[in-house]
Design a binder for this molecule. Sequence first.
Ligand SMILES: Nc1ncnc2c1ncn2[C@@H]1O[C@H](COP(=O)(O)OP(=O)(O)OP(=O)(O)O)[C@@H](O)[C@H]1O
Ligand SMILES: [Mg+2]
Length: 441
Amino acid sequence: MIEDREDDAELVLCELRGGGYAPSSCRVETEAALNAALDASPWDVVLCDYSMPSFSGTAALEVLKRRGIDVPFIIVSGTVTEDLAVAAMKAGAHDYVLKDRLRRLNAVLARELREAALRAEQARLREKLLLADRMASLGALVAGVAHEINNPLTVIVANLDVVSRNVEALLRDAAATSESLRQRGAETLDELRDAREAASRVAGIVAGLKTLTRADEVERSAVDVQRVIEFASKVAWNEIRHRARLVKVFGPVAPVLGNEGRLGQVVLNLLVNAAQAIAEGHAAQNEICVTTSMRGDGRVVVSVRDTGPGIADDVLPRIFDPFFTSKPIGLGIGLGLAICDGIVRAHLGEIEVESVVGRGTEFRVVLPAAAEVAPTVAPAASLAPQPRGRGRVLVVDDEPSIGTVLQRFLRDDNDVSVVTSARKALDLIAQGQRFDVILCD
Ligand SMILES: Nc1ncnc2c1ncn2[C@@H]1O[C@H](COP(=O)(O)OP(=O)(O)OP(=O)(O)O)[C@@H](O)[C@H]1O
Ligand SMILES: [Mg+2]
């Protein structure tokens, strides 16, 4: 309340109490005091006298505007003329009430509080929309980058394989002749293996980014989730062993229809998250427990539960957001759970999370059993008899380096033709060339 007269302020409060409010209030009459009151707590409404010896309604409005505070601002004045009232409303006041007509105050207040709540809700929605928009364009950007990285990466990986094979062959020939060559060659093979492994890791990240941005079609089959867990816990073991005991409790479950690699990615990230939530060094006191079970509705549940610090209530709604991370730069990029969510949704399942601060966190992946989902892949046709002799392979890819590397890869056992467009492929066939296999981008 911005008011220089104590008794007027008391009258206003009296009116509010009569209208059913139980207001907590603070009376100020200078700019400094107003600033102090605004610092001290958030207010639902500002009631302001129009002219006071050391302050004014318009000056008070200025202060609120400067501070970005949008609450109902109602002029309550004995002296205000219609002209002054209009000027005050133009400056941002929401309404005015004359002191000798205080009866109106409660109705005005109720309306203004309602409208302020609406304004706040609209601002929140606007913010959400903007964020969704930014996420969508970020997603498109990431998808583009992932796609661009993929081709050169395929070339790197495949060429490393070819070089390794060539070096191995050279070594076999050289073994008899030169000891130093044999030595050098063995080292080269090690180095190649390291490079291959690193490139595969990059390929994994790119695949992850792609699942994040669109649920692209992957091959699905009946997957044994316990096998998936065994695999993921092997990979995560290095992260886990200094932090917690790993306990596995496998209840009997039906197979789920899905992609083993993708589901492995889900369990792996949940395990790594659980491990990273627990500080290193007290492995005996902490536990990460993975269980499998069936729900009453026939769905399969994989639970990953940890005895870590839990997730605070204000953080919990954001953990599935892409790029949300509470980890220091370099440790997390905040994609793990967003990727998990995308993969599980593509499997027609859902992820549930339950967390108690100080006690721990449980993530449950709930997936439909295989029988409930129609398979997307036809059963493999019976194998044709093993062809004899060299194969004839046609490679169609607009990326010449991919064509080249496929050729290197296959040429020992096959005659390989490479073309860079479908048109050229059709031309070859029209000329009478025949192929056993066509590999086509
Ligand atoms: N088991 C857990 N216990 C406590 N907090 C967790 C747990 N799992 C996830 N979180 C919280 O959720 C956040 C997001 O997890 P998410 O896996 O998406 O990203 P990240 O682990 O931070 O990074 P990235 O997985 O990309 O390396 C984490 O930073 C952490 O704050
Ligand atoms: Mg993670």
